[in-house]
Design a protein around this ligand. Structure first.
Ligand SMILES: [Zn+2]
Length: 302
């Protein structure tokens, strides 16, 4: 029933050096490797950007999680630290797009937005969608399925060098800090993912159930209103703060400026995410807008 078996899994932390849930988890697993060992596949552990982790910053020269498109991976004699590191990681877990690449990468991130445990995938692979929907079935308030389709088939994100990419985006947590409640739940989540993969490989998944699962599909990013010097001319409206994945309807406030004037949303109903994400101020993103779609997916007991 399960199609391809998963032979190799990689768990990645520290793709962004100041997102500490993944950094602390991977460090922990490196000294307790049996916790991530299963019989039917190999598990690799990687701290993706050690220099940024050491400095406590998102990146040193360039956002590592924008260095995995083919042009970066194939660039000759790169002189940017993160491009060099991306090429190294592509040697270990890729090469991207090849038959030999890793079967499944889980890349652990944090957000300052109220993302809960967002399961971000770029492809509707049967195993991956079933895994994510099964996590959602177990705890629908915590898990959100976020589909970010690769329009070009060549996204710049680290896990896209594998056959199945899952970015676990956990928030809200301030960058450079760790919340124990998230760390504990993330460790449980990694165990659930590995156990599901093991059962998928060995046909031991139980209690199948077809469920209509809400899936949030990336539509577009929107920026803050900007002053002539480029600084934000307004803030996220208070009704939106920490309201990720909740509907934003026509006519509701979107931004508020420092005098109290609001900008209203004048489009169809959308579901904003990454609202007020700290790391996206430099990327000119105030939030990402998604559409909620429903998809019937086979789920199992986790
Ligand atoms: Zn990140």
């Amino acid at each position: 029933m399960n199609g391809d078996k998963i032979k190799s899994v990689a768990i990645i932390g520290g793709t962004h050096g100041n997102e500490l849930t993944g950094v602390r988890l991977v460090e922990h697993y490196q000294s307790h490797p049996t916790e991530v060992k299963r019989s039917s596949f190999s598990t690799q552990l990687i701290l993706a950007n050690p220099m940024a982790i050491q400095k406590g910053t998102r990146y040193v020269e360039k956002d590592l999680n924008r260095c995995f498109a083919s042009a970066s991976l194939n660039q000759a004699n790169p002189n940017i630290l993160e491009v060099c590191r991306a090429q190294e990681i592509n040697q270990i877990l890729g090469p991207k797009g090849s038959a030999n690449c890793c079967d499944f990468i889980v890349d652990i991130h944090n957000s300052t937005a109220c993302m809960g445990f967002s399961l971000i995938i770029s492809r509707l692979d049967p195993m991956l969608t079933s895994l994510c929907a099964s996590l959602w079935r177990k705890e629908p308030q915590l898990f959100k399925l976020y589909l970010m389709p690769e329009s070009s088939g060549d996204a710049p994100y680290l896990p896209t060098i594998s056959k199945r990419d899952l970015c676990l985006e956990i928030g809200d947590q301030a960058h450079g800090t760790v919340r124990a409640d998230f760390y504990i739940r993330a460790k449980q989540c990694i165990a659930e993912i590995l156990d599901f993969t093991e059962k998928w490989n060995t046909n031991r998944l139980t209690t199948p159930q077809e469920l209509e699962v809400p899936l949030y599909q990336q539509w577009k990013n929107i920026d803050y209103p900007r002053r002539p010097d480029g600084s934000p001319a307004a803030m996220i409206a208070p009704n939106l703060q920490f309201k990720d994945y909740q509907p934003l309807h026509y006519g509701e406030p979107l931004f508020i400026d420092y005098s109290g004037n609001t900008t209203l949303w004048e489009g169809q109903t959308v579901y904003p995410v990454f609202i007020n994400e700290h790391a996206y101020y430099e990327k000119s993103i105030a939030m990402s807008l998604t559409h909620q779609i429903k998809k019937t997916i086979t789920t199992y007991d986790i």
